[in-house]
Every structure is written in structure tokens, then in C-alpha cells.
Design a binder for this molecule. Structure first.
Ligand SMILES: [Zn+2]
Length: 305
């Protein structure tokens, strides 16, 4: 039996996995962000509540493990940032511990139990607050040892003109230190940034989407530019990976007509032509982090036995 945890900036959620088809979410606790001892205690409490010793613990975290040093970068939870977290938790919990990036867990969940079922190569894309992604090939996560595979959100790549008629788009500064990243325009904050640039209006992404759906002119323009900017790097990602399906998660993935527009634009730009939807809503709507981490934990158990 595996215990999986989805470690978020505000909450830690737990789950029990006995098999790929038997994954049950547990309760949630507030994330201790500053105190590592309290962080460990929270995991220990959740494990103790189950009353059964797991064979492995698998964590989904909004962070990246350096494949060389095994140190975790996790800006929003200072008490685990910079730690060799798997080794530190193994010492504390006396259990094998596996750590995976949340976008990678999302891709695993979709490949195994979601919209990616039946596809050999699945690229899971996150359009949430920002942009992320993960790649699964033949059921295996292409990033198990850590690293940045699937991170299509970063790199100086955004077109300098976009939309119809074309309008100049500045190379926005990104949190990663570069300029012109997909992350600066592709998530909810990016949509808001584009609306501000194009119309000098500060609107929440939900409001922009609402107005777009009602046919409002400025919001329509913003979404037109958004689709144009995001579709090209996503199409390129599909060319490079050979993915035949792109399940999308994150807040913007809940806007079905937006995904449908993005899908149409992406399919005109990929080399391989698809006569069916390629960029689709995710199907694991509940806790993809928990499910993906559980699947990785179950695979690790199977490999170890
Ligand atoms: Zn960036």
C-alpha cells in the first residue's frame, strides 16, 4: 500500500493507493511552511490515522528536484526548499520516499487514468496561474529522476507580434529570470497581463473569460492574441515530443470553449495533422497530484519487488 501526498502551498492532502484502480483520498491539513519538524509531523499524523504501515510514500510537490544533487527547489514552502527532501523524509519516516513535480504527477494521472489512456505519448499541460507540463511515454514518466522535462512554460520564445490584425507584444519579464516565456502569457495571470497591455484594463481572468463568452470586443481581442501566442509553442512541443494527446489541467482548463479554440489553433500548426481533438480537458478532475504520485509509487513498488 502506498500513501501519496499532494503538497500544496496552503494544504497537504493525503491518499491511500492499493492498486491503480483503488486510490482513495484522505483528509487535508494546513501546510506548515516555515517549520520542517511540523511538516514531518503533519505527514506522520496522516500516516498514523490510517492505522496501517505503507510500503512507500509518494509526494507531489510544486517544485523541482535537481537530478544531480537531489535538492528540491520549492519557492512557496520555505521549510522544504533546498533540502534533499526524499532522503530527509526517509530518515524521519523510515520508509522509502519518492518525490515528483506536480505537473509530472498530473501527466501520469492523465496518462494512466484520464484523457491520455490508450496513447503511448502523453503531454500533460497545465494552464493554471502559470504554465507547466509533464511528459509520459509508454506509461513511464520522462523525468523520474527530477529535472525540467516537459517545462514548455520557460524560455524566451513568445512571438513579438500576435493576433489578427497583428499587434506588438512586449517580452514580459518572467519569474525564472528570462523574458518572453510562455509562462508570462499562458496562464490566468498571463491572460490578465495581455488584457492590460492591449486595453489598459485591470480585469480578473474570470471576468475576461466571461466577457469573451458574451462576445465583448476587447475580451475577444485579448483571447484572440492569447490563443495565437500559446498555440505556437504548444504545437512545437507536440512536434518535439510526438505526443498524440495533450490533456490540459489548471484553472483555465475548466473553460471548455477556450480549450476548443486552442485545440483548433494548435492543430493548424503541428506537422502531424489530427482530425480529432488533440488539446483536451483533463479527466482526472479530482486530485491529479495524489493520483499521479500514487501511480508513481505503485510503479516503484512493482519495480522493487
Ligand atoms: Zn520563465
Amino acid at each position: 500500500m502506498i500513501i501519496s501526498f499532494d503538497i500544496g502551498g496552503s494544504a497537504i492532502k493525503g491518499g491511500i493507493a492499493r492498486s491503480e484502480t483503488d486510490i482513495v483520498p484522505l483528509g487535508r491539513r494546513a501546510t506548515p511552511k516555515e517549520d520542517f519538524a511540523a511538516f514531518v509531523e503533519t505527514l506522520r499524523d496522516i500516516i498514523a490515522e490510517i492505522g496501517e504501515q505503507p510500503s512507500r510514500v509518494a509526494l507531489s510537490i510544486a517544485g523541482v528536484v535537481d537530478p544531480d544533487t537531489q535538492r528540491l527547489t520549492c519557492a512557496n514552502i520555505p521549510c522544504i526548499h533546498g533540502r534533499t527532501l526524499a532522503a530527509d523524509l526517509e530518515a524521519e519516516l523510515a520508509l522509502p520516499v519518492l518525490i515528483a513535480n506536480d505537473a509530472d504527477c498530473f501527466a501520469m494521472a492523465e496518462a494512466g487514468l484520464g484523457a491520455g489512456r490508450g496513447h503511448r505519448i502523453v503531454f500533460g499541460a497545465i494552464l493554471g496561474t502559470g504554465v507547466g507540463g509533464g511528459l509520459v511515454a509508454d506509461g513511464r514518466l520522462v523525468n523520474e529522476a527530477g529535472g525540467f522535462a516537459g517545462e514548455w512554460g520557460h524560455g524566451p520564445i513568445i512571438a513579438s507580434v500576435a493576433g489578427n490584425p497583428p499587434v506588438a507584444i512586449p517580452a514580459y519579464a518572467c519569474g525564472c529570470g528570462q523574458k518572453g516565456c510562455v509562462d508570462t502569457v499562458g496562464g490566468a495571470r498571463g491572460l490578465e497581463r495581455l488584457h492590460k497591455t492591449l486595453h489598459d484594463l485591470d480585469l480578473a481572468s474570470e471576468e475576461i473569460i466571461d466577457q469573451w463568452r458574451r462576445g465583448e470586443e476587447k475580451a475577444t481581442r485579448t483571447v484572440d492574441v492569447y490563443i495565437d501566442l500559446v498555440a505556437s509553442p504548444l504545437a512545437l512541443t507536440i512536434n518535439i515530443t510526438g505526443a498524440t494527446i495533450v490533456p490540459v489541467g489548471g484553472g483555465l482548463s475548466n473553460v471548455a470553449p477556450l480549450l476548443a479554440e486552442l485545440d483548433r489553433a494548435v492543430r493548424t500548426r503541428t506537422l502531424r495533422k489530427f482530425d480529432r481533438p488533440l488539446v483536451v480537458p483533463s479527466e482526472c478532475r479530482i486530485e491529479p497530484g495524489l493520483i499521479g504520485a500514487a501511480l508513481l509509487g505503485l510503479k516503484a513498488n512493482a519495480a522493487a519487488s
